[in-house]
Design a protein around this ligand. Structure first.
Ligand code: SF4
Ligand code: SF4
Length: 373
């Protein structure tokens, strides 16, 4: 199986009014190109695209291609579980929404310190997905994880039955104490688990690096895209069998496929280049938001477009030195129909859902100060 997986969480949209406004024609063409080029792995989740991603999967993948020609991953939404009995009901709905009889990969979604004991363990989540594996409705079980290596070690010790773990790994977070990419990867390896990588490009941040870092990459290989360095870094790790990319356009898809079709791991000189670029980048990314959208799905009473504002803030910081700054205009265009950063009432819904543990309320004050001058 080729190591590039199609993440169905940032699909192309025909407008930004709703996260459900997926451009089905472009998305279907992307799936077609992906399949034609021999890639087979697709990743969805219950709440992606405001609960619409699984339906998209059914329409542009499942109904068009033989079930044996692709592999599909889905996730039990731990964040929506109120009781153990919710799991069979949600799982059946997911099979129905996707139009499949089984999932190739199925995971407990976003296991972390705030839900592991109170939800995952309390409702015996792994027991439930193991029973579905035994019944043939799941081929392999695992979990996606957004916490530190100590908790990962505990989960893997408690649950040796899992087949794989999905981790956030990218070169910028490799030695980061918050995300702990390296420590988590090494923990998974120690437990003998294979790894799926999510956010290899850090929600797009590592595709759009500051000019100084871009120059480091271009000096090594003028033809290689900046994003390719991030995806190849993740795919070069020996225990990684799949790297997910949430592709939003045909251009991104074509670029990713160009170096992942006949994938070659990084060599020593390429690792050296990444280390140089990382040194430049450290300190340049102001807000490490991955634009996963979990904060929006949690429900902001003021309809504040948090990831969009953080992306604009980061871009303003990154590109400011180039003298090009349309971000303020984008900010006010968005704020026309949504809440502004200054509308935050501090309820905290967003922070409880953020897998990056960002202090969103404080960061929105920075956004306000940057754009609402
Ligand atoms: S804390 Fe602010 S941004 Fe977060 S959900 Fe509440 S109102 Fe929205
Ligand atoms: S603020 Fe957190 S939850 Fe919201 S998009 Fe960014 S990383 Fe995701």
């Amino acid at each position: 199986m080729k190591k590039l997986g199609f993440g169905m969480m940032r699909l192309p949209k025909y407008n930004d009014e709703s996260n459900r406004n997926v451009d089905m024609i472009v998305a279907a063409n992307m799936v077609e190109q992906f399949m034609i080029n021999g890639f087979t792995y697709f990743d969805t989740a219950f709440m992606y695209h405001s609960f619409f991603s699984e339906v998209v999967v059914k329409q542009i993948l499942v109904e068009k291609y033989p079930r044996s020609s692709f592999t599909l991953a889905d996730k039990m939404p731990t964040m929506f579980l109120k009781k153990a009995e919710d799991m069979p009901e949600i799982f059946s709905r997911q099979l129905m929404k996707c139009g499949v009889e089984y999932f190739d990969y199925y995971m407990m979604h976003d296991v972390n310190s705030s839900n592991y004991d109170s939800v995952v363990q309390a409702f015996d989540g792994f027991g439930f997905i193991s029973s579905k594996k035994a019944e043939g409705q799941i081929r392999e079980i695992g979990f996606s994880f957004h916490d530190d290596a100590v908790l990962l070690d505990r989960v893997l010790t408690d649950h040796p039955e899992v087949d794989f773990v999905q981790l956030q790994i990218n070169y910028l977070d490799w030695e980061d104490e918050g995300v702990q990419s390296r420590k988590c990867y090494e923990t998974a390896v120690r437990h003998g688990k294979k790894v799926i990588v999510m956010e290899p490009v850090k929600g797009g941040t590592l595709a759009n690096v500051p000019e100084a870092a871009e120059m480091v990459f271009k000096a090594h290989d003028p033809e290689a895209s900046v994003a390719s360095w991030a995806i190849r870094f993740a795919a070069s790790l020996p225990n990684v069998f799949m790297v997910l990319s949430g592709m939003s356009s045909m251009e991104q898809l074509q670029d990713n496929m160009s170096y992942m079709k006949d994938f070659k791991p990084l060599c020593d000189a390429e690792y050296e280049t990444i280390n140089k670029a990382t040194a430049v980048l450290k300190g340049a990314v102001a807000i490490p938001c991955t634009t996963c959208g979990y904060c929006l799905d949690a429900g902001c009473p003021m309809d504040i477009q948090i990831p969009k504002y953080f992306t604009l803030f980061n871009t303003e910081k990154l590109l400011g030195s180039r003298g090009f700054s349309p971000q303020e205009e984008y900010y006010f265009n968005t704020a026309e129909n949504h809440g502004k950063a200054s509308d935050c009432i501090g309820c905290g819904n967003c922070e409880a859902a953020c897998p990056q543990h960002l202090k969103i309320r404080e960061l929105l004050v920075d956004v306000k100060e940057m754009f609402e001058k």
